[in-house]
Ligand binder design. Structure first.
Ligand SMILES: NC(=O)c1ccc[n+]([C@@H]2O[C@H](COP(=O)([O-])OP(=O)(O)OC[C@H]3O[C@@H](n4cnc5c(N)ncnc54)[C@H](OP(=O)(O)O)[C@@H]3O)[C@@H](O)[C@H]2O)c1
Length: 248
């Protein structure tokens, strides 16, 4: 698909992968809106970038999402691409007294349920223009769970399944294209506690998304995710062992 002259919303666009997406999409002549909870972070990001505005908000809060949708409608009048990138992760291992329920609840709210609410509320705007798309950012752990991110992996698996259903449905009903970006370990704030310094650069991930969207490649297996996916197809157990080697 063509990705110039679009109005694009990137959740979690103030840092990491979302920031690099905002930079690349902005440099391609798109109007980019970034959102996140920290207004200071967004302001700082927007001043460094071209064609980028910000609206602060929490994607897991219904009133905040209503405000975001109203402001996009009133101030921009259109939306062509929604990138559901905001995410959070708890690094821990399952066991007794780890409070897994609360950790899982927070991850499901931010990484999965918020995407469902925001997407549904923005569908009228996305449907109103031709050439629209939705991008959901999942992860390599959406199909092979990492045991140090167990409930985060489950939230991404849920988002992966939802993305497949959304793609199939919207292709039949609206023509909106649904992409899923599945990065491996990336060097960002989110991955500091899981050796993120050894991960790939977030700019590489953002470029892979742009290349994939231009080629209409709907499920994007970035970097090492590609090999892990092939291993998973041939042997889910071998993939589980390979991803978790050294993490026991
Ligand atoms: N880093 C990796 O290794 C890796 C690998 C695979 C997939 N991913 C996925 O890539 C996406 C981006 O993560 P990242 O690695 O770039 O980490 P990051 O730099 O920590 O970015 C996450 C962004 O999400 C925003 N955010 C978190 N909770 C939010 C909420 N409730 N409402 C609005 N915004 C919220 C944060 O901003 P505020 O704190 O200001 O709200 C932050 O800007 C995530 O979905 C993550 O799961 C990351």
């Amino acid at each position: 698909m063509n990705i110039t002259n679009k109005t694009i919303l990137i959740t979690g666009g103030g840092s990491g992968i979302g920031f690099q997406m905002a930079k690349l999409f902005g440099s391609k002549g798109n109007k980019v809106i970034i959102t996140g909870r920290s207004e200071d972070k967004l302001k700082q990001a927007a001043t460094q970038l071209n064609n980028v505005s910000f609206i602060a908000g929490d994607v897991s809060d219904a009133a905040s999402v209503d405000n975001l949708v109203n402001r996009i409608t009133n101030e921009f009048g259109e939306l062509n691409i929604l990138i559901n990138n905001a995410g959070q992760a708890n690094v821990y291992k399952l066991g007794a007294n780890v409070n897994a329920y609360d950790k899982a609840a927070g991850e499901m709210e931010t990484n999965y349920l918020s995407v469902i609410r925001l997407t549904e509320k923005l569908l009228p705007l996305l449907t109103a223009s031709k050439g629209s798309a939705i991008v959901n950012v999942t992860s390599i752990v959406a199909f092979v769970p990492g045991i140090n991110l167990p409930t985060y992996a489950a939230s991404k698996a849920a988002l992966h399944s939802y993305s497949q259903a959304l793609r199939y449905t919207l292709a039949l009903t609206t023509g909106i294209k649904v992409f899923e970006l599945m990065p491996p370990l990336v060097n960002t704030g989110l991955s500091v506690d899981i050796g993120g310094a050894n991960g790939i650069d977030p700019e590489v991930v953002a470029q892979h998304l742009i290349d994939g969207m231009e080629a209409d490649n709907y499920e994007l297996h970035t970097g090492k995710t590609a090999d892990m996916y092939q291993l998973f197809l041939s042997s889910p157990v071998a993939a589980m062992n390979a991803l978790n080697q050294g993490r026991e």
